[in-house]
Design a protein around this ligand. Structure first.
Ligand SMILES: NC(=O)c1ccc[n+]([C@@H]2O[C@H](COP(=O)([O-])OP(=O)(O)OC[C@H]3O[C@@H](n4cnc5c(N)ncnc54)[C@H](O)[C@@H]3O)[C@@H](O)[C@H]2O)c1
Ligand SMILES: [Zn+2]
Length: 363
């Protein structure tokens, strides 16, 4: 039996932010990061909350949120006892909020209403039952329906200030979510339809928003594509591209979307080398109006290079070759045990994962 569900209610389109005024709340806690707080974006968003509501802000979130940060957030939420929690930021802020609420509920706190407002077009975390937390040097993917926000508010104006490099990285994360959901061994007609739509938007609009961050129609479409891809993968799961990226990101702290973008062609080639696993790529290419899987692969590589993203991990310049080699077997082990691996279309051995890492390092 298959299942398809969407836990969050969506608020989107022009003036979506006005939805905030209709929320019933007396004490709001906003979970965000230092940049969004200092840039005035948090204040701008809060102007739309009902007048009279008390607002507290926790702005300590850092990229790739750690378990320690989550524990600090749990203590704080028990002190504050808000009746509305807003996660405002990229995937890191939304994931941190999910984990804070999850662990606070486990400790007996009654769950407040949880609204997620993404400020990047990337993770789709506003609608997923995933949260990625860093424990030591390991990124752990938590997967549980209890993590999903109750509401997701998409207002592309909050993504306007995202600089080109982060636009590129987060946009390639959307592409990776949609591709992995489409070829996943849990894909269904419903998740395929969403993945194809997200991919069409990414191929068309990501180069536009990369070149011109003020292209607001394209920004709006990318915000929707991110959410649509999130709905696809929360139902179909992801695959080893994400498993490999999680293990690498935990050790070498490179942006999640960039790691996905670098790894993707290597993972696609690995799958496409066997006809049974090549088949979904062929089908997907035809749905996208391309001649076949080889053209799809080439289009991914071309897009990546138009966005100024490196072809291999060595070219990042921040991952030393001997350090990489020292960690490669541990990373392959972590990737094999990652919660995204069971939905990968092709079964993988530890050695396959080591080989993929080495290929992606050298190019
Ligand atoms: N939960 C999920 O379903 C899911 C899926 C994929 C990835 N993730 C996780 O999400 C995290 C990555 O999230 P992300 O890619 O959104 O990046 P991020 O949240 O780490 O943010 C990256 C940077 O962008 C900045 N930023 C955010 N919004 C901005 C704006 N409007 N203007 C200018 N700068 C802005 C942030 O301050 C930060 O410095 C990783 O930890 C990844 O593992 C989660
Ligand atoms: Zn991702």
């Amino acid at each position: 039996m298959n299942e398809f569900s969407l836990n969050a209610k969506l608020f989107f389109g022009p003036r979506a932010v006005e939805h905030l005024g209709s929320l019933s709340c007396s004490h709001v806690l906003v979970v965000t990061d230092g940049f969004l707080q200092e840039s005035g974006m948090v204040g701008k968003m809060c102007q739309h909350l009902p007048s009279g509501a008390r607002v507290s802000v926790y702005s300590n979130v850092k990229p790739d949120p750690s378990q320690e940060l989550v524990d600090e957030g749990v203590e704080m939420i028990f002190r504050e006892r808000p009746d509305l929690v807003i996660a405002f930021g990229g995937g890191s802020c939304i994931d941190a909020t999910k984990a804070i609420l999850y662990f606070a509920s486990q400790k007996g706190m009654e769950r407040p209403y949880f609204l997620a407002i993404p400020t990047t077009a990337g993770t789709g975390s506003e609608v997923t039952n995933f949260a990625v937390i860093t424990r030591g040097s390991t990124k752990v993917a938590l997967i549980d329906d209890a993590l999903a926000p109750d509401g997701a508010l998409l207002d592309a104006s909050f993504t306007r200030s995202v600089p080109p490099q982060i636009t590129a990285d987060t946009g390639m994360d959307v592409l990776t979510h949609a591709l992995e959901a489409y070829v996943s061994n849990q894909a269904t007609t419903f998740t395929d339809a969403l993945a194809v739509k997200a991919l069409r938007i990414v191929f068309e609009d990501l180069p536009l928003v990369f070149r011109d961050g003020d292209a607001m129609r394209a920004r709006g479409r990318m915000a929707e594509a991110s959410c649509v891809a999130g709905i696809a993968f929360t139902n179909a799961g992801l695959g080893i591209n994400h498993s490999l990226a999680h293990a690498l990101g935990g050790r070498f702290h490179v942006a999640h979307g960039r790691l996905n973008a670098i790894l993707l062609p290597y993972v696609m080639r690995f799958h496409m080398a066997e006809s049974a696993y090549r088949e979904p790529y062929e089908r997907l290419a035809h749905e996208l109006g391309m001649s076949g899987a080889d053209e799809l692969l080439q289009r991914v590589i071309d897009l990546r290079s138009r966005l100024g993203i490196q072809d291999c991990l060595a070219d990042l310049g921040s991952i030393d070759a001997s350090c990489f080699e020292e960690h490669v077997c541990d990373m392959a082990e972590a990737a094999a045990n990652d919660r995204c691996t069971p939905t990968n279309p092709r079964p993988v051995s530890r050695q396959d994962l080591v080989n993929l890492y080495r290929d992606a390092y050298r190019g």
